[in-house]
Write a protein that binds this ligand. Sequence first.
Ligand SMILES: *[C@@H]1O[C@H](CO)[C@@H](O)[C@H](O)[C@H]1NC(C)=O
Ligand SMILES: *[C@@H]1O[C@H](CO)[C@@H](O)[C@H](O)[C@H]1NC(C)=O
Ligand SMILES: *[C@@H]1O[C@H](CO)[C@@H](O)[C@H](O)[C@H]1NC(C)=O
Length: 541
Amino acid sequence: MLHLHSLRCLALAIAVVSASAAPLYQRPVNADCVQLDGGSTDVVQLYPDQWRLGGDEDVTNSFETQVTTALGFTVTYFPAYKVVNNTIAGEVYVLYQCGADAPPAASFPEGTKFFNIPLTSVSAPETVPYAFLENLGVTDRVHDVSEYVASPCGQALLACPTGSRASPGFDELSNVTALEEGVGGSIDGMLSTSASEYPKSFALSAALDPGALNRAEWIKFVGLFFNLEKEATDVFDAIKAEYDATKAAAATKEADKPVVAWAQYFSFPGLGESYQLSFDPYQTQLTEDAGGAVLDRAALAAVKGVQSTEDSPTLSYSWGEPGAFATQDEAKAAFLEALSQADAIIDETYAFDPTAYTPDTFLSTYNLTAADLAAVPAYAGKQVFREDGLLSFNAETGEYGMDWFEGAIARPGQVLKDLVRAAQPELAAKDQGFTWIRNLFTEQPAVVGASNCAAKSACSAEPATICPFVTMCAAGQAPAILESNADGTCTYAECGQASALQPAQAAQAPAPATNAAAMAGPAIVLTVLIVAFVEVLMHFC
Ligand SMILES: *[C@@H]1O[C@H](CO)[C@@H](O)[C@H](O)[C@H]1NC(C)=O
Ligand SMILES: *[C@@H]1O[C@H](CO)[C@@H](O)[C@H](O)[C@H]1NC(C)=O
Ligand SMILES: *[C@@H]1O[C@H](CO)[C@@H](O)[C@H](O)[C@H]1NC(C)=O
């Protein structure tokens, strides 16, 4: 009996081990990878200077260049790989070119994650990272998206005829087993927003940066994983140029600054109800760059009954609790007094159905009458706006998604245009539409769906080629890319011809990492893990 039992246990252990070994991810057939025939990565730069990320460059020696950005990540370029350090999330990523060997894991701190780049199949379980992938033009490399995605092409993925490509849900994001079982077999990277135990996950820490432009600049971080440093820089430069031009055109004299109030009626079970004025750093920055000014927070905070907390810049007008106003009438009066300074109001109140939120909804939600608001310039001048101008609709759940919390973070240049239009309507061209910030009195939200996705191949499995920067020739030459062709082929300068590239000098090359050395580390770890796992199971049996 005992013998049979043990045998069954062993069988079970083996079954569990093989079941938990997810299918190996297969790289699609395209020309992303370097062909090492006749060449060697020991003596050439796979990431030549002209395609590297710019930044505060600090050249340490001829084999590595460190680029530090103000954003919270650094990249160090080695001849055949790059090391990216997300100093906000506390994660280190080794990105090595497909076709070349990974550097030995033992050379890096424990917990370092390895990615074979360019990534070809990425999971985007949160909405903001998807907007960055889209801005970078790599949606053909997105495997799955959050079911709350607002972008039309994201929605198209959810509606793929071959089956919805919905990402693992929020609860699963901290469960490595669930992630590996769910999407692990289909992806080579997961772009999330925070550090994770999951080896395929890498963190876009954009939202932790309060600056509108700095957030968007994280597209350069994403670009590193696709060898699209230059493209990412071009996208960011265009966003910055748009932002700076809009800001310059909107500049106002100190005395003429229109005042913008970011307001909401807040109500949540357990958290009570209140009128609120928001002063998030990004809101203040956008308002000022639009030529406007926010309300005088310090003066308002000094009003008896107005509450604020150390960790939030929001001012709260609640009632019936210690330190708050005695009655709703008193809170309302103080709130109206604050709004009487506002030339424009951005109403941030949550609405289950933003398409049904009208000026009447505004009045009833805030429990105000038109007479109450007669002395508020923003209301009298019909300058009340909402951030719900661009929406998605999920027919299954009946819920709307707001692109304000997704695409707007990646596109601050366009956001600023919306804000100038709200703060200084006289400046905006007559026919200038809105993207996110709509006028509550005169404009309706746009609801976009999968059919608005311009990309024809949202569901296709084969991503377009990202050409390696160099090709390999004999004698350690590596001519540079001349052209990435529409048919997925890559044209390089001819072998034997002098190219713009300076191959690293062989004499100074670091000790070559042999295939065996590069592979031994991970293979041994894996074997040890499996043995330990079987032992635990058998012990248990
Ligand atoms: C990553 O950055 C952190 C914080 O600056 C630093 O302490 C750490 O040594 C860096 N790791 C690597 C591998 O560069
Ligand atoms: C993690 O996911 C696995 C597989 O879905 C599940 O069996 C397990 O209970 C989950 N663990 C936790 C802590 O939720
Ligand atoms: C509206 O405010 C008044 C006090 O100003 C209060 O008595 C009334 O209950 C409020 N109505 C709603 C629906 O909250």
